[in-house]
Design a protein. Structure first.
Length: 114
């Protein structure tokens, strides 16, 4: 089980700018490539990109920690809990949320049934 780490605030970027920044780093960070002659500089850029990403993820984890403490870890109990989100989960009344959740519930149920 992982533990929540202390979260530093990012350097003042708005959430939208942070997401744009992170998305902009993905092609160079996540595409297969051979080591470049200046690989140390590439590593420094990678680390610089990962810091705000980690801070963002840890902030989000801290926000939902209390909501997920009681989530079942056994497959059948998890599926029942997950299916229950259709009726009791956040986002009630949002058609997009309901559409995605129904699709995900069907996919999880199919996987457990296999």
């Amino acid at each position: 089980m992982s533990r929540l780490l202390p979260v530093r605030t990012h350097t003042g970027l708005s959430e939208e700018l942070l997401h744009r920044h992170l998305a902009g780093t993905h092609p160079s960070r996540l595409s297969p490539a051979l080591d470049a002659p200046d690989w140390e500089r590439d590593q420094e850029r990678e680390l610089a990109a990962r810091r705000p990403e980690r801070d963002f993820v840890e902030r989000e984890r801290a926000c939902v920690a209390s909501l997920v403490r009681g989530v079942p870890t056994q497959a059948n109990e998890f599926v029942a809990w997950f299916e229950g989100l259709l009726e009791t989960g956040p986002g009630q009344g949002d058609p997009l949320y309901q559409s995605y959740l129904r699709r995900d519930v069907e996919a999880v149920t199919a996987q457990v049934a296999e």
